[in-house]
Design a binder for this molecule. Structure first.
Ligand code: ING
Ligand code: ZN
Length: 307
């Protein structure tokens, strides 16, 4: 079954289908939506952001990234579910926030890796860059941002799954995103990085377990969103520091956003499931994942608006 914009939420979409969905969404809703290519991937693909805005670039900005890790297919599926909800008004609790915020969504931050997971290796994680003298390709783009880069939980070995890259911002994808975010940073109030899997709402930082000054407020907001998520289908999400809940990891997108741009709120989220299917979550769970995520997002937006 396809929705009116031609994207299926009962199957996983290819990059071409997602890009076509963004373009047709912007065309059909040109009063509020436009597609911005914020740069190119290593292999030359557009990094497409959809901006959904009722203002003339004047409102506080919410920015959501997804599929920075290639194999985490549910993340771009949920990101496009959110876009569809915003454009087609399927959830008025959500769409009402277009009166308060300009919302930017980047559904596939790592398009080269994403295409590779569709064509060759379903479990590929990294980019597909080729800067090393080894035969191993790619860096972990969520270890490549230039804030406490290579300070734990990442590797200088190009063959590692968490290779930090040859230097901070070696990857064109992380350069493009950081430059774009810097260009809108004066209005950025909320940044959310979507990953899978594990059912977590993650508070920065990943390089240290020292709590940020705003930890208590972040924890309160994360817990409130987790409650909203659980009310939909009973999925329990835990809130806490990356290091406390997962492991040490440095150079992540949301750490750079918190440390350098410092919006009101910068969070990560790990969607379904808790390991039964892991990265290969059945497509039959896209709609439920999208619905519970939208419920959590509504709570985040309520909190950011009130804060
Ligand atoms: N987990 C993340 C990783 O990069 C994470 C952990 C998520 C860190 C969100 C920061 C923000 O290792 C997955 N599943 O990739
Ligand atoms: Zn991830």
């Amino acid at each position: 079954i396809n929705n009116e914009l031609g994207l299926s939420f009962t199957q996983y979409s290819t990059l071409d289908q997602i890009d076509a969905f963004l373009q047709s969404g912007a065309r059909d809703h040109s009063d509020i939506a436009s597609v911005i290519s914020i740069g190119k991937s290593f292999e030359g693909r557009d990094l497409n952001v959809i901006k959904i805005s009722k203002s003339n670039d004047t409102k506080p900005v919410v920015f959501i990234d997804a599929n920075i890790h290639a194999r985490e297919w549910i993340t771009s599926a949920v990101a496009t579910f959110v876009i569809d909800s915003l454009l087609n008004g399927t959830n008025t609790n959500l769409t009402s926030f277009l009166n308060d915020f300009d919302i930017y969504v980047l559904p596939v931050l790592n398009p080269d890796g994403f295409v590779f997971t569709h064509q060759s290796n379903r479990l590929w994680r990294k980019t597909r860059s080729n800067y090393s003298s080894t035969s191993c390709l790619g860096a972990d783009p969520n270890r490549n941002f230039g804030f406490h880069w290579l300070e734990g939980g990442s590797s200088t070995n190009p063959c590692s799954e968490t290779h930090a890259g040859a230097k901070a911002f070696s990857e064109p994808e992380t350069v493009a995103l950081s430059k774009f975010l810097t260009s809108i940073s004066s209005r950025l109030v909320f940044y959310l990085s979507i990953h899978s899997y594990g059912h977590y709402i993650l508070i920065p930082y990943g390089h240290t377990n020292v709590k940020i000054p705003e930890y208590n407020n972040y924890y309160r907001i994360g817990s409130n969103a987790a409650r909203s998520i659980a009310q939909r289908y009973g999925k329990q999400f835990r809130t806490g520091n990356v290091v406390d809940l997962l492991y040490v990891a440095s150079g992540e997108s949301f750490d750079w956003v918190k440390g350098i741009l410092n919006p009101y709120l910068s969070l990560g989220i790990e969607l379904r499931d808790q390991g039964q299917y892991g990265f290969v979550l059945p497509a039959s769970q896209i709609i439920e994942s999208g619905q519970e995520f939208v419920d959590g997002l509504v709570t985040f937006l309520q909190e950011v608006k009130a804060g």
